[in-house]
Design a protein around this ligand. Structure first.
Ligand SMILES: C[S@@+](CC[C@H](N)C(=O)[O-])C[C@H]1O[C@@H](n2cnc3c(N)ncnc32)[C@H](O)[C@@H]1O
Length: 424
């Protein structure tokens, strides 16, 4: 391909999609700091995605090979600066509002850090879109930092990736050198990064603070457009089930059950998870509307064990969202087998997880988001995301085998919804 032709077609796409977004923004009078609010029409969202895709292609085409390493350094220093800001809760010390700025010295004093260091770090972060400075060299929020600090779920997410995920990713090469292609849950990059012999979830559940951080991270991820919990509402015909009981296996602190219960008044739920997470759910769910609360129960249950009879008599659907990808195939098989062995006639399993595409078959930002997930699975669990054939093989491995009855994949979601029934 001729680089000039590529550059021209990317530039044309940028002009076209910028115009489409601009037209929408002119009509939007909400004053929202997001480029596009979550409920913006499909065409506007699609134009934004295409713009993002074009900007990535443009950047790749315009980068000289020798600049690649400069870029790599910029990326890790921007991440390190972001980690520093989150660690010292700097974003929280800056009032919201585009015209409100604060002197470095005042923030440094309030956060108990050196003002000299704060300036270096903040100015690095600004090159990546976090924070900004006014003409008097005082700090203010950028559009992105304002949004992150305003939403507790996004702050939780930022905390988790900077405190846990990034150090784990950097230990990946050492873990592979030490343990090769191990499938053991306690021979991972996470084990090296956090100097623990315990498997990820065992380690997390030992600490109240980490349990809260992980649950917050799960809630935060629900705000990512590719992981938005809303994809589960449109991705499956819940209304068709009528008055059914759904068991949310590994349901964390209940955000999924809560959202489904709010949208489908005929459904009732049991949220199952490890005891420490169920305790956290009681706190998270304590103030919800009684008409929804009456349809949600909590149960500490280890999904490595068969379902308790009082649950399996009740369950019409077992929902496993972001569960099986955490585990290597033998363990994922065990989790499914435990359900198959206790399913009542007519019951089904709904799995929401990633189906890994072949390279280049998805737009770059979406494919990259999926590959992030694949590596997170490898680094934390010695697991991996699965391609379509891997899923079919896993489902068929139970006794009796499960059959993929229906599947739904939105281009906007990094996960597909798969309905499984027991093969007659
Ligand atoms: C990746 S999170 C997914 C949470 C939720 N389903 C969602 O979609 O946001 C995995 C969940 O599995 C839970 N979990 C891990 N091991 C478990 C086990 N042995 N039994 C029950 N739950 C477990 C974790 O506590 C966590 O809440």
């Amino acid at each position: 391909m001729d680089i000039n032709t590529d550059l021209e077609s990317i530039a044309a796409s940028i002009v076209e999609n910028t115009k489409a977004i601009g037209e929408y923004r002119l009509k939007d009078s909400s004053g929202n700091i997001q480029l596009l609010p979550r409920d913006a029409p499909q065409e506007a969202q699609h134009a934004r995605q295409l713009l993002l895709q074009a900007s990535i292609q443009l950047q790749q085409l315009c980068t000289e090979p020798s600049e690649f390493l400069d870029q790599a350094q910029i990326h890790y220093q921007q991440l390190s600066a972001f980690q520093w800001l989150i660690h010292f809760q700097i974003l929280q010390h800056i009032p919201l509002g585009t015209d409100v700025s604060v002197a470095y010295e005042d923030i440094a004093k309030a956060a108990n850090v050196s003002s000299r260091r704060l300036k270096s770090v903040a100015r690095m972060a600004m090159t990546g879109g976090i924070l900004a400075e006014d003409e008097s060299q005082r700090v203010k929020h950028s559009r992105i930092s304002a949004q992150i600090v305003s939403e507790p779920a996004l702050l939780d997410w930022a905390l988790f990736i900077t405190r846990y995920s990034a150090p784990t990713a950097l230990a990946f090469a050492r873990a592979t050198e030490r343990w090769g292609d191990s499938k053991d849950k306690n021979e991972t990059a996470y084990n090296l990064a956090f100097n623990t012999p315990m498997a990820f979830f065992d380690h997390v559940s030992q600490s109240e603070e980490m349990t809260q951080h992980f649950a917050g991270y799960m809630r935060g991820q629900g705000r990512s457009s590719g992981l938005a919990v809303e994809h589960l509402i449109t991705g499956y015909d819940w209304a068709r089930l009528g008055p059914a009981h759904v068991v949310d296996v590994g349901g964390s602190t209940g955000q999924i059950a809560l959202m489904l219960a709010s949208n489908f008044p005929d459904l009732s739920f049991t949220i199952e998870d490890l005891p420490s997470t169920i305790e956290e759910s009681r706190i998270q769910l304590r103030d919800i509307d009684p008409s929804i609360a009456s349809r949600i129960s909590l149960k500490a249950h280890d999904f490595m064990q068969p379902q308790p009879p009082e649950i399996s008599h009740l369950a019409d659907v077992y929902l496993l969202r972001k569960i099986l990808h955490d585990w290597p195939t033998a363990t994922a098989h065990k989790i499914l087998q435990n359900l198959v062995s206790s399913m009542k006639p007519g019951a089904r399993i709904v799995v929401m997880d990633t189906i890994l595409p072949l390279p280049g078959t998805f737009p770059t930002p979406q494919e990259a988001a999926l590959r992030v997930r694949d590596l997170i699975m490898a680094q934390n669990f010695n697991s991996n995301e699965r391609e379509r054939d891997d899923w079919i093989e896993l489902f068929g491995s139970t006794t009796p085998p499960l059959r993929l009855n229906n599947e739904w994949q939105s281009m906007k979601s990094v996960m597909a919804v798969m309905e499984l029934v027991i093969q007659e």
